[in-house]
Every structure is written in C-alpha cells, then in structure tokens.
Design a protein around this ligand. Structure first.
Ligand SMILES: Cc1cc2nc3c(=O)[nH]c(=O)nc-3n(C[C@H](O)[C@H](O)[C@H](O)COP(=O)(O)OP(=O)(O)OC[C@H]3O[C@@H](n4cnc5c(N)ncnc54)[C@H](O)[C@@H]3O)c2cc1C
Length: 506
C-alpha cells in the first residue's frame, strides 16, 4: 500500500459511502440540488443487497400485518412515482393470492387488500378483486383444491439497473462516482471530514475532504461506524439473509403468485427473464460478517416446498439453474422474529464538531427516493448546500423518457428506426436502456455495425457502452448486474465476454 497523497484543496459538500440504491439515490438528489458530491463504492455498483432483492416495487402487503402503515403508504405512493420515472426498467405486475384455509381467513385477506388499495390516494394501478380459479386463467397453474383467491397490483424493477441509472444521472449532473473505491478511514478535523480512500485495483490511497459524510454502507453501516470511523452509536443493524432460486418457467401467463406458508411467511413465484420463474424469499438471521452470501440447501428445499404446496408442476431442487442471496440491513427494533423486524428506515444524524455524519439504517428499494429526500431534509439545517427544493419526483431516470405511448410505442419507434435489429434484441435494449438505446446504436445501420457478437444477442457495441457509461469493469458486472444475460449465455459465450472486457480495459 502506498502512503496517502496530500489533501487536495477541494472540499466536497457530501461524501457518500456505498453505491447501493440508497447511496446512489442520495447522490442523485443532492447533486441535483446543487451540492458537490463524491460517491464511493468498494466494489461494483449494486454488488450487494441492491442486486439481491425480490425486485418488487411494492407497498408490502404483508407489512400491514405488522401495522407498518407509514411505510406501506409511503411505498405505495413511491410505487406510482417510480413506475413513471423509469418505465423501461419497471412495470406493473398482477399478483395472484390463493386463499388457503390453513393460513389466513379470507375476510382477513380481503380487509388487507382493501386497505392496500385505499391507504394512498390517486393510485392508478388496477385495484384488487376476488377471483375463482375454476374460471380465471391463473387457476390453470394451481392444484384443484385452490378454488378461490384474489388478484392485486404491484410493480417489478430491475434492481441493479435502478442503482446504475441513479449513479449515471448523478454523474451526468456533476457528481464524482468512483467504483472499486473503499473508504478505509475518516476523521473530523477543523469542521470537515478527512477521508482515506483505497483504489481496490491498485491499492493506492488518496485523501479527500468533505463537509458531511453519508454512511449508506447497507450491511456494513454499523461496522463502518464502529471500526472505520470509531464512532460509538446506540443504533444497530439486524442482518437477515434472503435467498431466491431460479427455475425454468413453471407456469404460463404474465402474473406473479404470492403463496402463504403454514409458518405465516409468504413466498413469491414471478415470471423472470422470459424463460424462467423466480422463487423467493427466505428470512435467515445472519450473525457473521457482511459480504457475499449464498443460499443454503435447506433454503432451496423450503422454497421448493412453498411453491409445491400450490402449483400443479412440482419444482425439484435439481431444477434450480441459478440462485442468489443477499443480506437485508434492517434497523434493529428488537423483534424476536426475523420476518417481523421493521422494513422501515431510520436516519441517524450526528453533528459533532460541526462535521455532520448521517447513517442510514434499513430501507427498501421501493422507498429509496423518498429516503434520499428525507436524508437531505435532515442534513439541510447543518449543510445548506443540500437545502434546495426536492426535485426527483418529477424527473425521469436516464432512458426513462419513452415519449407518448410508453414502452410499447417506444419499442415500435425503435423497430421503425432500426428495422435491422432482431425483434428480441430491440425489445431487450428498450427494456434495459430505454431511450438510451439510441446512444448504443449510434451510427450503426446493420447488425455488422454493432460489432462482434459475444454471445446470444450481446454485441461489443453494447459492452462498450456499459464500460464507458455504466462503470462495467468485469464480465460479472455485464452479465449479472447491468443485465441478466448470465442466465442466457453458455460458458464459452461468457468466456468471450470476459476476454472482450479484459482486452478493452487492458
Ligand atoms: C432477499 C431480499 C429481498 C428484498 N426484496 C425487496 C423488494 O422486493 N423490494 C424492495 O423494495 N426492497 C427489497 N429488499 C430490500 C432492498 O434490497 C434493500 O433495502 C436495499 O437494497 C438496501 O440498499 P442499500 O443501498 O442500503 O445497501 P446495499 O445495496 O448493500 O449498498 C451498500 C453498499 O455500500 C458499500 N460499502 C460498504 N462499505 C463500504 C466502504 N467502506 N467503502 C465503500 N463502499 C462501501 C457496499 O459494497 C454496498 O454496495 C430486499 C432485500 C433482500 C435482501
């Protein structure tokens, strides 16, 4: 390791630690209010919890059982806003909830759904209603003993792309975003933060200064406070692992299912990447260090059993083609049960020595934008640079300006402009990049112009864009976070992508 370089004269308004959804969201909001912002992420953007979610933009129907009305109301309002802000990477989904006599009575489900439909005003998604599986198309996938249920609305999000789009927007508005850069030390000196950053690729360290520090380190929030900053804090984080399995598609139709388990938990089955079904999740208390986590065999069995109780087609452990797991960094409200720990967030502001430190405990993907607004409102009295008007509710994320007619019309226009793009590729580009697809295509007039085909329909032109505009640095960034092409490409094709990215960055 080299010695830190001398402190540069520049003092950022805000140094944000953590390139998950919360850090990226705060960076975007703050820079848009005129603050100077440096965001550091120790790995790739969304390397941890923010790429491991169930990928729902939802109010959280089940949180009503824990009386989390504030959270559910805020999340329902955010659901509507986010669907407008990034209609390329988010879309509405209908959820089918079979009634099972063994779990909750039908009247309770009905009451919960009524509340869910009415807790927030001006909701545009279709409301819930009762259905008969003997006549409704969603019943075809279910065992015959399930005859009645409900259908309600929520939304889907490509979680890691949401993080990247927030970071991109922040950078385009002037934020300094550094990935693979870890905060290894920071202390207050003369009313500002002096922080040491380590470049993970070279081991080189640099010193930066900032008026305020935001600790958006997710699962590391408490460790960053105690070990890196050496600041005592009474609040703590509860790490709860959640895992998902992906199997070849087990039912037809665009609907997702929400299945109730005898342990009172719920498990989702969701259409995924056209050919697959995503099944999750679990709630396993995690006492070890934060970091990369994996699904355990008993979680796989639990998830298979949970869906097999309801579905005609039985899912076997051997059907699993991919799995992922993440750690929920929940605010520790001392609940005895991991499923009952609050999913709401808590913002802790420490203003010692005139250099504010804001730590984020908990949160959901769904509420990240509102969390960012609250974070800046909390900081504004001690950091006037972020005191400007809130603005993010009205501004689309990069690529989200799809124009009249939304996604379908934007796709139709792309097909007219670039008729040489194969239909599936045009759809995939529009779903991932929205209007930024035109930046990827550039002057290309044929598939040959899109460069080398690295695997499936992934071309070198798309990878170049991910490297130059979206901070992709490895094949894993490209295949598993900027996209989910890792599910569709074979090993030789993945090796091609790795070789290409390596060559490009050499
Ligand atoms: C299984 C599961 C399912 C979920 N499902 C949903 C869902 O369907 N809908 C929903 O709304 N929410 C869901 N959530 C919740 C949601 O995913 C999280 O609340 C959210 O992603 C947390 O984001 P974050 O930015 O706080 O943390 P993270 O995404 O973990 O980001 C923190 C970042 O800080 C970085 N970092 C840490 N220390 C340092 C350092 N010293 N220097 C630099 N960088 C550092 C880490 O590398 C990390 O990338 C789910 C969570 C889980 C685990």
């Amino acid at each position: 390791m080299t010695t830190p370089t001398a402190s540069p004269a520049r003092i950022y308004d805000l140094l944000i630690v953590g390139g998950g959804v919360n850090g990226a969201g705060i960076a975007r909001d703050a820079v848009g209010r005129g603050a100077s912002v440096l965001l550091v992420e120790q790995d790739d953007l969304a390397s941890y919890t923010s790429s491991s979610s169930t990928k729902l933009i939802h109010g959280g129907l089940r949180y009503l059982e824990y009386y989390e009305f504030r959270l559910v109301r805020e999340a329902l309002m955010e659901r509507e806003r986010l669907l407008k802000m990034a209609p390329h990477i988010m879309w509405p989904l209908r959820f089918v909830l079979p009634h099972s006599k063994l779990v909750r009575p039908a009247w309770m489900l009905k009451a919960g759904l009524f509340l869910y439909d009415h807790l927030a005003s001006n909701m545009t998604l279709p409301k819930s209603r009762g259905i008969d599986f003997r006549t409704h198309s969603s019943g075809a996938a279910l065992k015959p003993e399930y005859t009645k249920g409900f259908v309600y609305s929520d939304g889907w999000v490509q979680d890691s792309r949401l993080v990247v789009l927030n970071a991109m927007d922040a950078a385009e508005r002037g934020a300094d975003v550094r990935t693979r850069t870890r905060l290894i030390a920071a202390s207050r000196a003369n009313g500002v933060w002096e922080a040491t950053l380590e470049d993970r690729a070279t081991g080189k360290t640099t010193t930066v200064r900032a008026k305020a520090l935001v600790n958006a380190a997710g699962p590391w929030v408490a460790r960053l406070l105690a070990d890196t900053l050496k600041i005592p804090n009474s609040k703590s984080v509860r790490l709860v692992k959640g895992s998902h399995i992906i199997v070849p598609r087990v039912y037809e139709g665009p609907q997702a299912y929400i299945f109730q388990n005898p342990d009172k938990r719920i498990v989702f089955a969701i259409p995924y990447e056209q050919k697959f079904t995503l099944i999750g999740t679990t709630d396993i208390p995690w006492k070890q260090e934060p970091g990369k986590v994996e699904i355990a065999p008993d979680e796989v069995s639990y998830l298979c059993e949970s869906v097999n109780r309801y579905l005609n087609v039985q899912v076997k452990e051997s059907d699993v083609v991919w799995s992922y797991a993440g750690l929920r960094p929940l605010y520790d409200d001392a609940s005895a049960n991991a499923s009952a720990v609050t999913r709401d967030y808590v913002l802790d502001l420490d203003t010692q020595d005139g250099a504010p430190l804001l730590s984020i405990f908990g949160g959901k993907i769904t509420t990240y934008r509102k969390l960012a607004e609250h974070a800046l409102e909390k900081l504004a009295p001690v950091l006037p640079a972020v005191g400007g008007q809130s603005w993010t509710a009205q501004e689309v994320l990069p690529g989200g300006d799809l124009g009249d007619g939304g996604f379908d019309q934007a796709l139709a226009r792309l097909r007219r402009t670039a008729p040489w793009l194969p239909e599936g590729l045009a759809w995939r580009l529009m779903r991932n990049y929205g209007s930024r697809t035109y930046e990827i295509i550039g002057e290309a007039n044929s598939m040959q112009d899109m460069g080398e085909v690295l695997g499936g329909d992934l071309t070198s032109r798309e990878v170049d864009y991910l490297i130059s505009r979206e901070w992709a640095r490895t094949a894993e960034d490209v295949l598993w976070r900027r996209s989910k092409l890792g599910l569709h490409l074979n090993d030789a094709e993945k090796a091609n992508v790795e070789a290409y990215v390596g060559k490009k960055l050499a």
